[in-house]
Design a protein around this ligand. Structure first.
Ligand code: PGA
Length: 252
């Protein structure tokens, strides 16, 4: 049975002091242990975050890793490095990485391989631009994002993959996709995985939605059948908003 997950992408926000305060607030919340809560701070805060959450249900993730395993790659951080800080998960393919740092589906295929071969879990982000949706091309775009980056992985890798559908037009814009649009796409994603890997793997993969999730829309989004939680950006920086969102998720 797939788990419900709420992940927080702090992006390039929070000084060390801000991060520490939020982490202390988070560990004091008593979120349901049935739920996975995964927090992704900046690289510089990973060690501290892993330490502060060590004896709690809160998990820590990186926001990115290098596709290379080691060597002369100034400024890069490898999968093994974050693992050695006690971090077990990384976000990959966030739309800001794709748009601002030229990450392509082909680059992401290498990053996914690098993470999984090091034993890390991946939260793979993908989603169409507004123009793709207007042209009715959104299903094709999403299929290519899945196929190129993930479909050379074997069945076993799927124990290490969480998907996060994030339509670019809904990220940080205040404009979220409707629950119906989200459910339609999540079902398509599950069908696409089922075609390649079979029904069992498709049924067991957690598919999160991300893009302007707020306390006032989270409940409707999370109540869709194929939505297994959310990847929260802006609203994860405020403990009250984040907790309201976490409490919107229904655990069977
Ligand atoms: P947002 O960001 O919640 O601020 O739209 C989501 C994300 O970028 O993952």
């Amino acid at each position: 049975m797939r788990k419900k997950i709420i992940a927080a992408n702090w992006k390039m926000n929070n000084t060390k002091e801000d991060a520490l305060k939020l982490l202390v607030d988070l560990v004091n919340q008593n979120y349901s242990p049935e739920l996975r809560i995964i927090i992704a701070p900046a690289f510089t805060q990973l060690a501290m975050a892993a330490e502060k959450t060590k004896l709690t249900n809160i998990e820590i993730a990186a926001q990115n890793i290098s596709s290379e395993s080691k060597g002369a790659y100034t400024g890069e951080v490898s999968a093994a490095m974050i693992k050695s800080e006690g971090v077990r998960t990384t976000i990959l393919g966030h739309s800001e990485r794709r748009a601002l740092f030229n990450e392509t589906n082909d680059t992401l295929k290498l990053k996914v391989r690098s993470a999984i071969s090091e034993g890390l879990e991946v939260i793979y982000c993908f989603g169409e631009e507004l123009n793709d949706r207007k042209l009715g091309n959104h299903f094709n775009v999403v299929k290519t994002q899945l196929k190129t980056a993930l479909f050379n992985e074997n069945n076993e890798s799927w124990n290490k993959i969480i998907l996060a559908y994030e339509p670019i037009w809904a990220i940080g814009t205040g404009e979220n996709a409707s629950p119906e649009q989200i459910q339609e796409m999540h079902m398509f994603i599950r069908d696409t995985i089922s075609e390649k890997y079979g029904e069992l793997i498709a049924k067991n993969v957690s598919i999160l939605y991300g893009g302007s999730i707020k306390p006032n829309n989270a409940k409707d989004i999370f109540s869709e059948d194929d939505v297994d939680g959310g990847l929260i950006g802006g609203a994860s920086l405020n403990i009250d908003d984040f907790s309201l969102i976490v409490n919107c998720i229904q655990i069977e």
